[in-house]
Write a protein that binds this ligand. Structure first.
Ligand code: NAG
Ligand code: NAG
Ligand code: NAG
Ligand code: NAG
Length: 505
């Protein structure tokens, strides 16, 4: 009783002029206000920009193809008969998962994940009915007939030459396993870093199983000697001409950042109008991922050669996977995984883009996200991230924010179609960049890498349509759970093409 009285006393209070307002009146007016806000937001949502985009898109027949849901039905092959009884005894048989098959270079499904040369996309030959079709996962040839080498990449649209430039890691060398060279200590540190806390349950045989996959992946973290950054140019985002290695490894100087045993990942290039320079930012590391820095290089031309300036830990923090995003007003931002990949940091670059400024915010703290890719639609910022599991694929998440500096909301898994395991592995790939499709606001190309851990140079590109529209399907943390923003959807397709009439074709 005493507790109850006390409770009552504390929840009624004096309003002005000494009148007593009851708790329920306050609660009900609050509920009323929230409901009104909710209806207002819903109305805005329906009538606003999102509605326009959907209307606009639905008028275009080819858009209906893009947003069609395409299912994949993968049959896991039965265990092979060759297994000797002794081997079966040594290793208790587990049910095979599709992830096992993906990671097993001798899997019977290998050709589904990594189709061979015969199915390669060859823009110089695939004219006619096949032209402009993307086939996620197939080998993609440049204009000289060689597989494109631009992994973990990004695309710059150069206004001056009206050309797209695709920059990425040039990995055309043998893959070896760093665990043979790196000390055990750093391997253990990597396992600690890379085992994410929240795991989508039900798509694999359980947490323990996934852990074992991840640690094996991390232990075997394959590496290719640093060769440099590849650059390809295109007018149509389909036919790519090799512009060569625009930032090359350092051959002689053993203390240089770009010395071949070091790591260069996720290069991104932006153009600085003030200085007239093309600025490349990239993740620079040593073989055991302890340097965790951002490197900067500049060039007067999009096709280089780029001059390497220096690397540093931005704001004094470790920085691994990263990206840059240039806003409409010319301010560019660096986004990087930090605090042992447990959170992202975001901050504006200096005016010349060669350094970070002093402003920085920590976002998605404790969520262990990497491979960020940002884009913006009508004042709202969106970001796709991956989980952190080495070369093994994992679930993507979409995030949104009113201000690029946050707070960032997590909106859930953007992947649509394929199958459950396709959606929970980002179609067996990892985000790297999002390209806006000119002329079609709200539509983008989602660029991802399907890493091939045993032969990294043979990693594939998974490009898919990304559409912003429709209500978000998950309550949000910072907006009373109201769906303020549109859903981000990445649609699986075995083959697809950009709609006719986009400005590039
Ligand atoms: C779609 O919207 C854009 C601008 O938002 C407009 O220029 C274009 O004409 C629209 N297209 C159609 C088919 O309505
Ligand atoms: C292209 O498609 C049309 C209609 O489907 C078909 O009649 C034609 O033979 C195809 N051409 C080639 C070169 O495949
Ligand atoms: C080697 O690289 C380091 C770091 O970039 C630099 O300080 C040093 O001057 C270079 N040495 C030579 C001989 O170029
Ligand atoms: C990182 O690896 C190199 C060899 O690749 C080794 O010489 C170095 O001591 C390692 N650094 C740390 C901090 O473990």
């Amino acid at each position: 009783m005493r507790i109850r009285n006390k409770y009552r006393k504390s929840t009624t209070f004096r309003c002005n002029a000494g009148s007593r307002c009851s708790t329920s009146a306050i609660v009900w007016s609050l509920v009323g206000c929230l409901l009104m806000l909710h209806f207002y937001l819903l109305a805005r949502h329906k009538d606003g920009v999102v509605g326009e985009i959907q209307l606009n898109m639905s008028q275009h027949p080819q858009f209906r193809e893009l947003v069609a849901v395409e299912e994949e039905n993968i049959q896991i092959p039965p265990p092979r008969g060759k297994r000797s009884p002794r081997a079966a005894k040594r290793r208790p048989k587990r049910p095979t998962t599709i992830i096992d098959e993906f990671l097993d270079e001798n899997s019977q499904l290998r050709n589904m994940f990594f189709p061979d040369k015969r199915t390669a996309i060859d823009p110089m030959k695939d004219a006619g009915n096949d032209s402009f079709y993307y086939h996620p996962g197939r080998i993609w040839l440049d204009t000289e007939g060689n597989p494109i080498q631009a992994h973990g990449g990004g695309v710059l649209y150069d206004q001056r030459s009206r050309t797209y430039y695709w920059y990425g890691e040039y990995k055309d060398g043998p893959t070896y396993h760093t665990h043979k060279r790196a000390p055990a200590r750093s391997v253990i540190a990597l396992i600690r870093i890379c085992v994410p806390p929240m795991i989508p349950k039900g798509w694999i045989d359980g947490w323990k199983d996934l852990r074992s996959h991840i640690s094996v992946q991390v232990l075997r973290r394959g590496k290719v000697d640093l060769i440099g950054v590849g650059c390809y140019s295109s007018k149509d985002l389909w036919t790519w001409k090799n512009e060569g290695i625009v930032l090359a490894a350092e051959e002689i100087n053993q203390t240089h950042d770009l010395q071949k045993s070091n790591v260069l990942e996720r290069p991104k290039v932006i153009y600085n109008e003030r200085t007239g320079k093309y600025v490349m930012l990239m993740h620079i590391d040593d073989a055991n991922y302890t340097k965790a820095s951002v490197g900067v290089a500049v060039s007067d031309y999009p096709t280089g050669p780029f001059d390497y300036l220096h690397s540093k830990r931005p704001h004094g923090f470790d920085s691994r996977d990263m990206t840059v995003f240039k806003d409409d007003n010319g301010v560019a931002y660096l986004v990087y995984s930090s605090a042992d990949n447990s959170e992202l940091h975001i901050g504006p670059l200096t005016e010349d883009y060669l350094d970070v400024s002093r402003v920085m915010r920590r976002i998605l703290v404790g969520q262990h996200r990497e491979a960020p890719a940002l884009f913006k639609l009508q004042g709202t910022y969106y970001m796709i991230t991956s989980g952190c599991s080495g070369w093994a694929p994992n679930e993507a998440l979409a995030h949104a924010a009113e201000s690029i500096m946050g707070p960032w909301e997590t909106m859930g898994n953007p992947c649509v179609g394929g199958s459950k395991v396709f959606r929970h592995t980002t179609f067996f790939a990892q985000s790297t960049f999002v390209i806006p499709v000119p002329g079609f606001p709200g539509s983008y190309i989602f660029m991802a890498d399907r890493w091939n851990p045993t032969d990294l140079r043979d990693s594939r590109y998974v490009w898919l349509p990304l559409i912003v529209g429709g209500p978000a399907d998950r309550p949000l943390d910072y907006n009373f759970g109201f769906p303020l923003w549109s859903r981000v959807s990445i649609y699986w397709h075995r083959k697809w093409r950009l709609p006719n009439g986009w400005s590039g074709i």
